[in-house]
Design a protein around this ligand. Structure first.
Ligand code: C2E
Ligand code: MG
Ligand code: MG
Ligand code: MG
Length: 276
């Protein structure tokens, strides 16, 4: 009996695997169509200066709006786009769309508004054309380089440190800022961080979400804030949802916050209604 069950279990498993592979192939094809059909949309989440509590910028976050209206989140398709090589085109589309929007908001509001754009860690250090592409997008959209921040993860930098630092240095020379995203979750050692020409460190949400209950997370968050201060970097806390977290971060003089407390990522029209 046990043998029979095992056999059945095995058959079920292969059927499930087969289905997964088919779904995967279909997803790759549909992602490629999605680019041509303009099915990607950007949502924007406010970035808030903690001292003044003013919205000083936004992070652009991609979503895939399928023709049936279903909204697909980046964790579901970015890893696949990275594997099948579509990520460079997708990130380029995001960069253009986000810079165009930022320049519109800058002109409408009459103040310098900062836009943050995520770059795939898979591509960052390998992408020889990135700097030129960023330059072109800034020229075309009219957005001043000072208004753009590019977010990369620690691992993007650590996979090929020398090349990544060279690219970050060139981007910084253009006037663009670099943020190290999801800081604390990757593999970078502190001795490397000081060599990153980055302006911002973003404390990963995993260290913020259990403040003030978890004393380890509080110690880590406080350490990152003081690390930033000592290295002359500004620290942005991600995933802030509660007033008690704001209190803690204020007390430790974290410069910026992002999270549902101030606003969930939302469509551009909704963002400007709320924050301008
Ligand atoms: P990320 O860059 O670390 O972005 C922060 C994620 O945390 C976003 O998820 C955001 O919606 C979510 N978040 C923000 N505040 C809160 C909060 O208070 N509570 C909770 N529970 N979550 C919060 P999202 O939009 O699903 O994006 C996930 C990841 O996908 C991003 O992480 C980023 O790594 C990647 N991604 C997003 N857009 C792009 C893009 O245009 N290009 C690339 N290459 N990656 C992107
Ligand atoms: Mg980010
Ligand atoms: Mg992050
Ligand atoms: Mg993340």
């Amino acid at each position: 009996r046990a043998k029979e069950a095992g056999k059945n279990g095995y058959q079920l498993f292969t059927a499930a695997m087969q289905q997964t592979i088919m779904q995967r192939i279909e997803l790759e094809a549909r992602l490629s169509d999605a680019l041509c059909r303009n099915e990607f949309v950007l949502f924007y989440q406010p970035q808030v200066d903690l001292e003044s509590e003013h919205v000083i910028g936004a992070e652009a976050l991609i979503r895939w709006q399928k023709p049936d209206g279903q909204l697909v989140y980046p964790d579901e398709f970015i890893p696949i786009a990275e594997e099948c090589g579509l990520i460079t085109q997708i990130d380029h589309w995001v960069l253009k769309a986000a810079c165009r929007q930022a320049n519109k908001w800058r002109e409408q509001s009459g103040r310098n508004f900062k836009m943050s754009v995520n770059l795939s860690s898979e591509q960052f250090a390998k992408d020889q054309e990135l700097v030129q592409r960023v330059k072109n997008v800034l020229n075309k959209t009219g957005l001043p380089a000072e208004c753009l921040t590019l977010e990369v993860t620690e691992n993007a930098v650590m996979s090929d440190t020398e090349s990544a630092i060279a690219i970050m240095t060139q981007l910084t020379a253009l006037g663009v800022s670099i943020a190290i995203d999801d800081f604390g979750t990757g593999y970078s050692s502190l001795s490397y961080v000081k060599n990153f020409p980055a302006r911002y460190l973003k404390i990963d949400r995993s260290f913020v979400k259990d403040i003030p209950g978890d004393s380890d997370d509080m110690a880590i968050a406080a350490s990152i804030i003081s690390l930033g201060r000592n290295l002359n970097m500004e620290v942005i806390a991600e995933g802030v949802e509660e007033q008690t977290q704001i209190d803690f971060l204020k007390q430790h003089r974290c410069q910026q916050v992002q999270g549902y407390f101030y606003g969930k990522p939302c469509a551009a029209e909704f963002f400007s209604q709320q924050f301008f």
